[in-house]
Design a protein around this ligand. Structure first.
Ligand code: GLA
Length: 381
């Protein structure tokens, strides 16, 4: 079968479509389309890129926060549903994206303890935006800024987001040039490729914060999803969710997902680690078998048969079971997002690495290039 890879760019500058209309537009043919919305950030409009493959799988991502706003995939009967949480209207993300729906997270995915770190003999204070700790890059992290965006066609239908994080942004040293590419292949793989360079040594730990619900967004909690995580160990945390520094075995704990297990099977247990996170909100130490992309996790939603597999170059995986969702957010299609209505699989280096000398280093130095890659594959079984 010949697959048209022609790049269809439809820029509606003057008659800017609202985000809602863009969401309701009929599926485009395989390729990339661009819509310019009427929602402005720092005086510039948010753009929405729609990536469509030959199987009809369709992902929308916008230039604000690099946020993946929708991801439509079929179930085992071929019925399509949107499997990610978020809002219909791009403007709603500006008002409240406290859960970090769909966003690129930087400069540092997850927490840095006591909102500070020392590097080369100097102490760097960061914004304390999660109690005393620093979370997901600070008050205005990479999830809350407008990126430059461009459609790309190499290897599928894609979009590349670029920006320079200025020296001192959110307390971090060095001007950091960042490039994040999303590519949807005809094999239903979304590749997220990250690259960064700096002019001063700085921690860098980028990730992607999409909330999945393979039954369809907003329809139910995710407790029946069966999850496998390719990890023998995880990093236990203190009551503020900062790693203790230990790499603890998952054996005989509710953190053992080496065999596919329902997310809900042990989530309400007595383990103090589950109490700290109000469920799962931990980093697993991946058992890496490949030098490049190695299996991190796979998930099946038994009723629909929809599956998700995650492969990565990263050493860690934050599995977050949507514990802080509490029914106060109404998302796409008027759906209310209650506790555990979505889960995140955030590939990353371990939390608090800048303060944990035994963890793999997250420091990027001038002259070196940060490179990280994660592939999300959807399917059915
Ligand atoms: C991450 C954190 C959680 C929470 C979510 C966003 O996964 O580990 O504690 O902050 O992001 O709500």
């Amino acid at each position: 079968m010949r697959i048209p890879i022609a790049l269809a760019i439809s820029a509606t500058l003057a008659l800017a479509a609202s985000g809602e209309q863009a969401q309701k537009a009929p599926p485009a043919r395989a390729g990339v389309t661009r819509t310019v919305t009427s929602t402005l950030v720092d005086g510039k409009p948010i753009e929405v890129y729609t990536l469509t493959n030959a199987a009809g799988v369709q992902i929308k991502a916008m230039s604000y926060g690099g946020i993946i706003t929708s991801w439509r995939v079929p179930d085992r009967q071929g019925r399509f549903a949107d499997i990610v949480l978020g809002y219909d209207d791009p403007a709603a993300y500006l008002k409240n994206n406290s859960p970090y729906f769909g966003a690129i997270i930087g400069r540092y995915g997850n927490r840095i303890g006591k909102a500070r770190f020392s590097l080369d003999g100097r102490e760097y204070p960061l914004a304390a935006n999660d109690g005393a700790n620093h979370l997901h890059g600070g008050r205005r992290g990479f999830d809350k800024v407008l990126w430059d965006a461009q459609a790309v066609r190499a290897g599928g239908a894609g979009v590349v987001f670029t920006r320079t994080s200025p020296d001192g942004e959110e307390g971090y040293p060095g001007s950091l040039k960042v490039r994040v590419t999303y590519t949807l292949s005809n094999k239903n793989e979304l590749t997220v490729a990250y690259e960064a360079t700096t002019d001063k040594a700085t921690p860098v730990n980028l990730t992607q914060h999409t909330y999945f619900n393979l039954a369809g967004q907003g329809t139910a909690d995710i407790l029946a999803h069966e999850l496998r995580i390719n990890a023998d160990r995880y990093t236990p945390v203190d009551a503020t969710l900062i790693p203790t520094g230990q790499l603890a075995p998952v054996d005989k704990t509710p953190f053992d997902f080496r065999k596919p297990t329902a997310i809900g099977a042990r989530i309400k247990g007595e383990d103090p680690q589950l109490q700290f996170g109000r469920g799962y909100d931990h980093n697993w130490v991946l058992s890496r078998s490949e030098s490049e992309l190695s299996l991190a996790a796979d998930v099946i939603e038994p009723k629909s048969g929809r599956t998700l597999q995650v492969r990565t170059t990263e050493p860690g995986l934050q599995f977050y079971s949507g514990n802080f969702l509490d029914g106060t957010i109404t998302g796409k299609a008027g759906r209310i997002y209650r506790q555990r209505y979505g889960f995140c699989l955030e590939t990353q280096h371990f939390p608090d690495s800048p303060n944990q000398p035994t963890f793999p280093s997250t420091i990027l130095r001038p002259g070196a290039t940060y490179r990280s890659r994660t592939v999300f594959v959807t399917g059915t079984r």
